[in-house]
Each structure stands twice: as C-alpha cells, then as structure tokens.
Design a protein around this ligand. Structure first.
Ligand code: ZN
Length: 167
C-alpha cells in the first residue's frame, strides 16, 4: 500500500499511546504483533531509548477520526498497573521539546489516546495524571501561552538521541 503523507503545517497534537506489551518489545516484534505497522512515529523505551519508526509527515492510522493533524508517540510497555521509569518520562519530555522546538512549532501539546477515544484504556492509568500535569506545567502553543500570560517556549530539553528504524 502506498504511504499517505500529511503537511507539517497541519500537525497540531501529539497523541500518546502505550504499546501494552513487554517493556522490552522490539520494533520488529511490535510490527509482527500489531495488525497496523508502523502505528507510531516514535517509541520511547524504559531505558530512555527513543526509536523513530516513521517520518512525522507520514500519515499513520493510530486514532479514530484524528489521524490527520496528529503525531503518534508510544511508551513501550503496559502501564495499566505499573509506573514508568524516570528515564522513560525524561526521554518523552525531551522528545516532545525537540519536536516542538526544532521540527513542528505548530504543535499545541500532547493528549492521551483515551482522552480522544473514551472506549480505549490507552495509555494506562498512570499517564492520565502525567498528561494533565505536563500540560499545566509546559502549556500549549506559544500564542496561547502569551494570551494566557504564561511563560513562553522554549522549555528546556536535551537533544534526544533517536535511533531510526524507518520502514
Ligand atoms: Zn493508543
């Protein structure tokens, strides 16, 4: 099937998923397990490793009705009852900061898959509080931040080390 592309300028939100399996599941194992692949633009592992699975301009089918205008990030593992490592959370925040500051400044912020589609429990329970806390701490786009009288970007982040396994 031919790849479908979307304009960087239309991308507004990052959607956060969890892979729901082993925290060490490799991209090739995920590709074998999931019906749709790549399902995520980036994977973030518990040891802080970040893997790029598809260019951000490639349209992926990861969330009902909101594939256009979104990027797909997935934390690797099952967080229904366990907490992520701090290395994973730091890597995720670095990646969001990098994407917003260096690639796609039009991104507002990050939203959980389950916040868009109430029928899915994704990402797991622990992430709901993190998503609220992160958005409150970092805010949405610069224009909105200015209107709201909030501190403006750039937030501090480290340049993430990204391993590319584009298909
Ligand atoms: Zn999901």
């Amino acid at each position: 099937m031919a790849h479908v592309w979307q304009s960087f300028r239309r991308i507004r939100w990052i959607v956060l998923h969890e892979t729901g399996g082993s925290p060490h599941e490799s991209p090739s194992d995920l590709a074998a397990r999931l019906a749709e692949w790549p399902l995520y633009h980036w994977l973030i592992y518990p040891d802080g490793r970040i893997v790029k699975c598809a260019p951000p301009s490639r349209l992926l089918y990861h969330v009902t009705d909101h594939n256009v205008g979104t990027l797909s990030f997935a934390v690797v593992g099952n967080y229904k009852s366990r907490e992520p490592t701090s290395a994973l959370v730091t890597a995720l925040e670095d990646l969001i900061g990098y994407v917003r500051a260096s690639l796609i400044p039009g991104i507002e912020s990050i939203i959980g898959h389950g916040e868009i589609d109430r029928t899915v429990d994704c990402p797991g329970k622990w992430w709901r509080a993190w998503l609220r806390e992160y958005r409150a701490r970092v805010g949405t786009s610069e224009a909105r931040q200015k209107r709201a009288g909030m501190a403006v970007y750039p937030v501090t982040y480290r340049d993430p080390t990204v391993v590319k396994v584009e298909s």
